[in-house]
Design a protein. Structure first.
Lengths: 249, 290
C-alpha cells in the first residue's frame, strides 16, 4: 500500500557536504553505472552521441553562484538525489502501490513491475528526484543502493551507496540518521545540517551541510600609478601618447 | 508544466461527459427509447473517450488495472474507481430508460453523485500538489466542477442552468488567474529555501547539471505558453463561456446550439492548455527557471 508506514527507527540516508564537494560529477557517473547494471531497468540515454542527448539520472550535480553583500561571489556545487523523505508525497500519490517507503530502514523505492508510468510521483516530488525512463516507461529514483548496502557478496568497504564510495573529496556520507549517536547524525549536529525546502513538510532524511565561512581576504591596495612623478621613459611615453589626436591630457 | 495533449483531452472531454451524466442521472431530462440511447451514447463517448485518452500518457497502460488499488491515499486511484462505478451505475440507469422506458430515480441519483465525485477526484489530482502552487488552491476543484456541470448542462440543452453555471465558471476562472499569478511567491518556496544557501547571499543558478535537457525540464519547465497567456485567457473565456451564452440566448436553432457546444469545447481545451502551460513547478528553481 502507498500509505506511509509509521516513522521507522532506522532512517538510512545521505549527508552531503556543500563545503567539500568539488563538483567533479564522479558520483553522477558511478550512480549511473551501478544502477544501469544492477537493480531494475537500466538508466537509458536518448540520442547519446547525437545533437540532442538526454538520459535518466538518479543523481545530478547543480552549481549555484552565491553573491554575499560585501565579499566575492562563491561557487557552490550542489549534488541532488532522492532525500528519502519521512513524509514522502511521491509515495502517497501513487495509484498502484508501486511507490513505497520501506518499514525497516525508510528507503523510498519503486516496484517497477507495478509502475504504470503515470508520472504523478515525479509531479509530487519538489526536488526533481524522480525521472521517468523514456525507454523503460517506468519511474526511476535513487534506491540508496539497496543492492549494495546489504550485499554480503561485496567486501565490507563497498557496502555503501556507489556515490558515497566513489566521492574523491569525501563530500558524501551514508548512515543512519535515526540514530542520534551515528557518525552522520553527529556530523549534522556539529555542522548545522539543514533540510531542502523545509516549508513543504516533506521531512527529508538526507541533510545538507552548509559551506563553512570563507576567510575574509584583505583587500589589495590599488597598483601605484605609473610615472606619476613625471620622470623617465614611461613619463615621456605618457606625454607623447597623450599629445596625439584623441589622447587624453 | 508540460501541456500534454492526452491530459488536456482527458480532463476536457471526461469533464463534459460526466457533466452530462450528472444531469441525466438527476433526471433533469429523462429521454426514453432510442433518444435515451443517443443521449447516453454522447455522454459515454465523451467520458470514456476522455478516460482512454488519459492512458496514452502512461508508460505502461497495460498495467492500468493496478491503479484501482490505492484509494486510501491516492486521488488518481480514487478517480479511477469513481469513474468506473459511475459508468456502471449510469449504464444500468440508461438501460432502464432505453429498454424499459423507466427512470430508476435512486440509481440515477447515485450515478449523478458518482459523476460529481469523478470530476472532483480528477481535480484533486492537481489540487493536492504542493509542488505546483498555482494548482494548490480551492479554485481548482471549484472550476473543474463548474465547467463540467456547465458543459453538461449545455449538452443537455438546459439553457438557464448552463448560462448560470458558465457565468459562475468564468468568474471563478478570472479569480483563479488573479490569485494564481501570486501563488508561487506566496508559497514561500524560493531559491533560498530550495538550496539553503540564502544566509550567505543571493543565490543564482550558475551551471545546470548537464548541457542537455532532461525529463524534469521537459515535464516541469514550460515557458513557451506564457508569452501569449493574456490573449489566450481572453480567447478561452470568449469561446468557452461568453459565445455559448450568447448563442443560447438568441432564439433557438439546432445550428446555434451545435455552434455553442463546439465553441465551449474549444474554449475549455484552451483553458486546460493554459492550466498546464501557466503552472510552475518548484523544481524549476534548481534550474533557475520557472
Amino acid at each position: 500500500m502507498t500509505q506511509l508506514p509509521p516513522p521507522s527507527a532506522k532512517k538510512l540516508g545521505l549527508v552531503i557536504d556543500l563545503d567539500t564537494c568539488v563538483g567533479c560529477h564522479a558520483c553522477v557517473i558511478s550512480c549511473k553505472g551501478w544502477n544501469t547494471e544492477n537493480y531494475g531497468a537500466p538508466l537509458s540515454d536518448q540520442d547519446p552521441y547525437g545533437a540532442d542527448p538526454s538520459g535518466t539520472f538518479l543523481n545530478r550535480v547543480h552549481s549555484f553562484e552565491v553573491q554575499p553583500n560585501e565579499a566575492p561571489a562563491q561557487l557552490i556545487h550542489f549534488p541532488k538525489s532522492c532525500l528519502h523523505c519521512e513524509d514522502a508525497p511521491c509515495v502517497t500519490v501513487c495509484p498502484t502501490g508501486a511507490s513505497y517507503k520501506r518499514v525497516e530502514d525508510g528507503i523510498v523505492l519503486v516496484n517497477e513491475s507495478d509502475c504504470i508510468g503515470c508520472g504523478l510521483c515525479a509531479w509530487a516530488c519538489p526536488y526533481g528526484a524522480r525521472e521517468l525512463d523514456a525507454d523503460a516507461g517506468v519511474m526511476k529514483k535513487c534506491t540508496l543502493c539497496v543492492d549494495r548496502i546489504y550485499n554480503e557478496n561485496l567486501p565490507e568497504e563497498d557496502r555503501q551507496p556507489a556515490c558515497v564510495r566513489t566521492c574523491p573529496a569525501g563530500a558524501r556520507h551514508f548512515g543512519d540518521l535515526g540514530d542520534e549517536d551515528s557518525d552522520v547524525s553527529k556530523l549534522v549536529a556539529e555542522r548545522g545540517g539543514f533540510d531542502l525546502m523545509p516549508e513543504l513538510g516533506t521531512k527529508p532524511v538526507n541533510k545538507y551541510l552548509p559551506p563553512r565561512p570563507k576567510d575574509v581576504a584583505t583587500p589589495c591596495a590599488p597598483l601605484e600609478t605609473v610615472a606619476e612623478d613625471g620622470h623617465g621613459f614611461a613619463a615621456w611615453l605618457d606625454r607623447a601618447l597623450s599629445a596625439l589626436p584623441g589622447g587624453k591630457s | 508544466m508540460h501541456p500534454a495533449p492526452s491530459v488536456i483531452i482527458f480532463t476536457t472531454f471526461s469533464g463534459l461527459g460526466f457533466g452530462l451524466l450528472f444531469w441525466l442521472g438527476l433526471g433533469v431530462i429523462t429521454p426514453t427509447g432510442i433518444s435515451a440511447f443517443i443521449w447516453f451514447a454522447i455522454a459515454y463517448i465523451f467520458a470514456v473517450g476522455g478516460l482512454l485518452a488519459s492512458t496514452f500518457h502512461l508508460g505502461h497502460p497495460e498495467r492500468a488495472l493496478k491503479a484501482f488499488s490505492q484509494w486510501k491515499t491516492s486521488w488518481l486511484s480514487r478517480e479511477g474507481i469513481a469513474s468506473v462505478v459511475t459508468l456502471i451505475v449510469m449504464a444500468i440507469y440508461g438501460a432502464g430508460l432505453v429498454f424499459a422506458d423507466t427512470p430508476y430515480a435512486l440509481l440515477g441519483w447515485i450515478g449523478a453523485l458518482g459523476a460529481l465525485a469523478t470530476v472532483f477526484t480528477t481535480s484533486m489530482i492537481y489540487t493536492q500538489l504542493k509542488t505546483v502552487p498555482r494548482w494548490h488552491q480551492p479554485t481548482t476543484p471549484l472550476l473543474f466542477l463548474l465547467l463540467s456541470l456547465g458543459g453538461g448542462a449545455l449538452l443537455a440543452g438546459q439553457v438557464t442552468l448552463c448560462v448560470v453555471l458558465l457565468i459562475a465558471a468564468a468568474a471563478v476562472q478570472l479569480f483563479a488567474w488573479y490569485t494564481g499569478d501570486k501563488r508561487f511567491t506566496q508559497s514561500g518556496t524560493d531559491m533560498q529555501t530550495a538550496t539553503g544557501l540564502g544566509d550567505i547571499g543571493t543565490v543564482r543558478a550558475f551551471e545546470p547539471p548537464h548541457t542537455g535537457t532532461n525529463y524534469l525540464m521537459r515535464e516541469f519547465i514550460y515557458v513557451v505558453g506564457r508569452k501569449h497567456a493574456q490573449k489566450l485567457q481572453a480567447i478561452a473565456l470568449v469561446l468557452g463561456c461568453i459565445m455559448p451564452i450568447i448563442l443560447l440566448l438568441i432564439p433557438f436553432s439546432h445550428i446555434f446550439a451545435a455552434l455553442a457546444v463546439l465553441s465551449h469545447i474549444a474554449g475549455v481545451l484552451t483553458l486546460r492548455w493554459l492550466f498546464f502551460a501557466q503552472a510552475e513547478h518548484v523544481v524549476g528553481l534548481y534550474y533557475g527557471q520557472r
